[in-house]
Write a protein that binds this ligand. Structure first.
Ligand SMILES: C[S@@+](CC[C@H](N)C(=O)[O-])C[C@H]1O[C@@H](n2cnc3c(N)ncnc32)[C@H](O)[C@@H]1O
Length: 348
């Protein structure tokens, strides 16, 4: 299947690079409807929409839900006559007499320069006057811009000084960090505008913590799982900690509640079954049982914790037939597991 160019993303663990392989796998696994249970950057949901599936995206972070909703609903019509440059200039710079400097005060010297923090305050207050497509689009675009302007593209450390130090760097990209939020955001909008948006299908984007699956519908043909990665030393990727700051773009009041016990002042701090081995395996069992009518397709890495063999056993214990293959389509030999390879685990 020939795929169009998907919008760029610096989201940690994005599956953008393996979209062709995922598309190929789903061709062999015919289905009309699919859940993207851990949608992250939204790029996989966008692929499923492009493939003509009815899609339900889910992620427990607000910003990711906003992106998925945008990716599953935008149309070419929405971009016609859009004055993105002027809208962004207004959103990032306009200041009402009732202006509040919540971010500038609470996050001074932590992630962004003072003037950049004030832009974020402006944005969060001005975006309240927008709704629907435009609100979702500008929130997405400004969030992507902020990710690009961060060392490591994350919000897990109070390390603005890394950007400001006048040293020769062997990492990062000083030019990208110093590029204006508006410039990054506009580029991001232009990329999405170029992406085709097929008609039809009623998609949705939810924000459900998979620790409690009850709110999720059970009548989808396939459930695609790309949970947070835990490495072979059981060190998890904590997405809530990595991206908490973006939650404030979706709910400005959160910026008032940064946790001052930590230098990086997280504004949300969510646990996940995927932060510990035992709860991850329990979650796999719960997912198999909840979606008993659905086939499961899981993206995983061969050196992950739990191991692929442990995940296979947990799925088999729920009566599933399990096939593990490499992303390139080869049979994956559990016994020869060395290195760190992207794999698919399919449970029928
Ligand atoms: C590996 S990322 C998904 C990446 C995505 N497939 C992509 O291509 O961008 C895992 C996602 O799971 C979400 N997540 C973690 N724990 C969760 C939970 N308990 N319930 C729902 N979402 C969760 C995180 O917010 C993160 O966005």
């Amino acid at each position: 299947m020939l795929l169009p160019r998907f919008p760029a993303t610096r989201f940690q663990g994005s599956k953008r690079k393996i979209l062709p392989e995922l598309a190929e796998l789903l061709h062999a696994e015919p289905c009309n409807s699919i859940i993207d249970l851990y949608s992250g950057s939204g790029i996989v949901s966008l692929l499923f929409r492009f493939m003509g599936k009815r899609v339900l995206a889910n992620d427990y972070l607000r910003y990711n839900q906003n992106t998925a909703r945008l990716f599953l609903s935008h149309t070419a019509e929405d971009f016609k006559g859009l004055t993105a440059e002027a809208d962004l200039a207004y959103l990032l710079n306009h200041r009402e007499s009732t202006f509040k400097s919540t971010v500038a005060e609470a996050f001074a010297g932590i992630y962004f320069k003072d003037a950049e923090n004030l832009e974020i305050d402006n944005f969060c207050q001005n975006i309240q006057g927008f709704s629907g497509f435009k609100k979702a689009l500008y929130t997405y675009a400004v969030g992507q811009a902020l990710i690009k302007k961060r060392p490591y593209n994350l919000f897990h450390r109070a390390n603005l000084d890394m950007r400001l130090k006048d040293v020769k760097r062997s990492f990062g990209n000083a030019k990208t960090w110093e590029t204006a939020t508006q410039v990054h955001a506009l580029k991001c909008i232009q990329e999405l505008a170029r992406f085709p948006s097929p008609e039809g299908q009623a998609h949705q984007a939810l924000r459900v913590d998979t620790a409690n699956l009850a709110p999720l519908p059970v009548d989808y043909d396939v459930v695609y799982l790309d949970p947070p990665y835990m490495n072979d030393k059981s060190v998890p990727v904590n997405y809530s900690n990595f991206y908490h700051f973006l939650e404030g773009l979706c709910d400005y009041s959160l910026f008032q509640h940064g946790d001052a016990r930590y230098p990086h002042r997280p504004i949300v701090n969510l646990g996940s079954p995927w932060h510990k081995k035992a709860s991850a395996l329990d979650n796999i069992g719960a997912i198999c049982r909840h979606f008993s009518q659905s086939r499961l397709v899981m993206s995983y890495r061969s050196d992950g914790t739990p191991t692929p063999a442990e995940i296979q056993a947990a799925m088999q214990a729920c009566g599933r037939q399990v096939e593990i293959r490499t992303v390139r389509g080869y049979q994956y030999a559990l016994s020869k597991n060395t290195g760190n390879e992207e794999i698919f685990i399919v449970a029928r």
